[in-house]
Design a binder for this molecule. Structure first.
Ligand code: PLP
Length: 420
């Protein structure tokens, strides 16, 4: 069998390969990861819980993967539970924390969490919990005094992400943890975007639960991991068999676990590259766009940020239209907006940052990985100014007054594109 890894051809722009700059959405599975997984889909299909040698071989590989994932975050292997995804990890950790402190009914989180946390919090409100959603400033930073003031005797849990998926902003997890621990409160960190991109070390950490997702670090979809600090009480989210030391029932996703273990090993090896080569590519892209295109700005903090992410607001254009135009060139990026039933919902993260109306609708996220090249970045820099200029030339608004009237609500992407 011949495997072709990472050489996608774009169906849209037949001439070119896909330039994939949407790595915060998901990543290319590393060739080494696929190679590591294959024998566990073909040859070694035993159940790791079985008593026979055939199953035992598989159990040993699961153990090795657990050790690799633990090493990536400076944890003990026994502190790692494999899950199906980041969302499961977030749900399991938050529910477990609340079960451990049943008399406490208050949770603190932020306005910029991923829906995996925010939508669970909404549900918990319906179940009678009170939730404080901490605000962020214009650069997406938290105010730690607001955090301190929000904590009280009834607070069971603080849930704060390590890095934001839309802006890449990094929160000071250890400083937050110290504040939280002084009050004897449990601390959950959604590290889905941080793991593998920045160093994380759970040794002597204040974090009780830390969530990871395989498909964000070049492992496949359908596998994640949850760190549970030794000694922290945990009530399983999935009940059944005794897999994962009774902390998550269900026969293990062995190929996924093996893949995640390999991805963790690779992430350790490539961590320096993230903060040097990937960061340099990101900075080249960011500076190139900000210099070549008038009326655009960086959304988020310029330095306290993941090395792979840039979120840029372009005035007088709509993010979705930009995305569609880039797509025609085989370039994959993302906007914070979700297009639901024809109406555009601006990103809750950018809204929480108090971005003005036009930037709110005209923002794009580019998120890189170690598989991106300098040539790809130059290609984006070549096409973006023309795309923005063309979209602006047909834009039905030019003045602040028109913006205030909410012109965007009346112009669909299709209308914009048919004019191109
Ligand atoms: N948390 C963050 C910060 C994310 O970016 C994501 C996915 O985008 C998730 C949680 C959910 O992860 P998964 O897709 O593995 O469920």
């Amino acid at each position: 069998m011949k495997l072709e890894v990472g050489s996608q051809k774009s169906e849209v722009g037949a001439k070119s390969e896909v330039i994939y700059l949407d790595n915060n959405a998901t990543t290319q599975v590393a060739g080494e990861v696929i190679e590591a997984m294959l024998p566990y889909l073909t040859q070694y299909y035993g159940n790791p819980s079985s008593m026979h040698t055939f199953g035992g071989q598989v159990a040993r590989k699961v153990k090795e993967a657990r050790e690799n994932v633990a090493t990536l975050i400076g944890a003990q292997p026994t502190e790692i539970v494999f899950t199906s995804c980041g969302s499961e990890g977030d749900n399991a950790a938050i529910r477990a924390a609340l079960a451990a402190l049943p008399d406490k009914r208050h949770i603190v989180t932020t306005q910029v969490e991923h829906p995996a946390v925010l939508n669970l919090c909404k549900k918990l409100e319906q179940e009678g919990y009170s939730i404080t959603y901490l605000s962020v400033d214009r650069k997406g930073q938290l105010n730690l005094n607001e955090l301190k003031a929000s904590l009280h005797d009834n607070t069971a849990l603080v849930s704060i992400m390590c890095a934001n998926n839309e802006t890449g902003n990094i929160f000071p997890i250890e400083r937050i943890g110290q504040i939280v621990k002084e009050r004897g409160i449990l601390f959950h960190v959604d590290a889905v975007q941080g793991v593998g991109k920045i160093p994380l070390n759970m040794k002597d950490s204040t974090v009780d639960f830390l969530v990871m997702s395989g498909h964000k670090l070049h492992a496949p979809k359908g596998i994640g991991a949850l760190y549970i600090r030794k000694g922290v009480r945990f009530r399983p989210f999935l009940v059944g068999g005794h897999q994962e030391r009774g902390r998550r029932a269900g026969t293990e996703n062995v190929p996924g676990i093996v893949g995640m273990g390999k991805a963790a090993e690779l992430a350790i090896a490539h961590l320096d590259e993230e903060s040097t080569r990937v960061r340099a590519l990101r900075d080249r892209l960011e500076q190139g766009l900000l210099t070549a295109i008038p009326d655009c700005q960086l959304n988020g903090h310029h330095s306290k940020r993941l090395p792979n992410t840039t979120n840029i607001g372009f005035k007088y254009v709509e993010g979705e239209a930009l995305l569609l135009m880039l797509d025609r060139e085989g370039i994959c990026a993302s906007s914070g907006s979700a297009c639901t039933s024809g109406s555009l919902e601006p990103s809750h993260v950018l809204r929480a940052m108090g971005l003005p109306y036009t930037f709110l609708h005209g923002s794009l996220r580019f998120s890189l990985s170690r598989y991106n090249s300098g040539e790809q970045i130059e290609r984006v820099l070549e096409v973006m100014p023309t795309i923005v200029e063309r979209l602006r030339s047909i834009s039905p608004f030019k003045s602040e007054k028109d913006e205030e009237k909410g012109w965007l609500k009346s112009v669909s992407n299709e209308q914009l594109l048919t004019k191109m």
